[in-house]
Design a protein around this ligand. Sequence first.
Ligand code: PLP
Length: 396
Amino acid sequence: MESFASSLSKLTGESTLLYQEIARKVEKTKGIKTINFGIGQPDLPTPQRIRDEAKVALEKGYTAYTPALGLDELRSKIAEFLSQKYGDKIIKDEIAVTPGAKTALFLAFLAYVNPGDEVILFDPSFYSYAEVVKLLGGKPVYVPLHFDQGKGFYYVTDELSSKISPKTKMIVYNNPHNPTGMTFDADLSKTVAEISQERKIVLISDEIYDYFVFDKNFWSVLQTPSWRDNVIYINGFSKTFSMTGWRLGYIVARKEVIGKMGILASNIYTCPTSFAQYGALASFDSFAQVKEMIDLFRRRRDVMYNELSGVKGIKVYKSSGAFYMFPDFSEVLGAGGMDSKSLAVKLIEEAGVVTIPGEVFPERVGKNFLRLSFALGEEKIKEGVSRMKLFVEKVL
Ligand code: PLP
């Protein structure tokens, strides 16, 4: 009988998908159509130019391995684009193209985390950070985000500083933030950059939602003049260009770090998919579509916020980033004697609405919250929230 590696038992799998699975079963057995607020991707097609360029690449037979760190042209384009955006001279050798931002994160953790190392995460945060840290024998250490209905979510500097120990290897910062839908105030982003640099801690800055910013100024960690000292910047094509299935992300870090990523990449996956990379070359000419998408998402956000504001028993902050809202359901949970997981299951079974329970992100703070994505049409948003409202009224 084979025995699996003990590290594997530390992984729980993608729990956000579990709720989609329950929804599929409920649709089948009860014959109802659910409204899906569980979605973590834009619902629009990839811009035409990008699809066309990938097709051309296929036709031309550009289907062989590329360099492990990605096509030189694509790395140069990313470097040029970020240089213009952030006023720094970023070069090709400071870029690694990866199969999705998740792989970029995986390489970054793999490159630094030794068993016993502590990695500071914000609570709540994207579930995969903690999973990978644990897989590598590291220990996630959580800094809570606090919630204020008017201001949104924020961390307290002293709480962050107090979690730093001699074992701290990394801090992971995600802005705009999944699952809260927060674009953090610039001073919070600057502080995390300063603290990590002063204390000589590697800072992973996951900025994959950087185009999904509403009513706020976004400050990138790449605006720190000395980012090369300790920053591993993560971004990708998945969300901005509606390319989740293409699997293309990238890392920005100083040349020496990118060299290590190249060694890992060539041993793990050889290279990102060739024709997907050729398609991505056209993404830099597709910002008109991105702008249209962001305008659409802003309107959807407003609709969702207005609808949720009319539901008694929940507290909601008007999301300023990504495409999520993270309302506080503590009153409903208290009245119904439920936790966020059982509430999410009941909402699917009894109201036909899919949400993601805050507990999967992955610690304590989220336990009173549900994550709702507004990556779906306005009519569906209205219908879904009205179903939730009926359910909540029965519970209260
Ligand atoms: N980082 C965050 C915060 C995310 O929410 C996601 C996807 O949901 C990713 C990274 C992964 O992106 P990709 O699809 O490019 O792997």
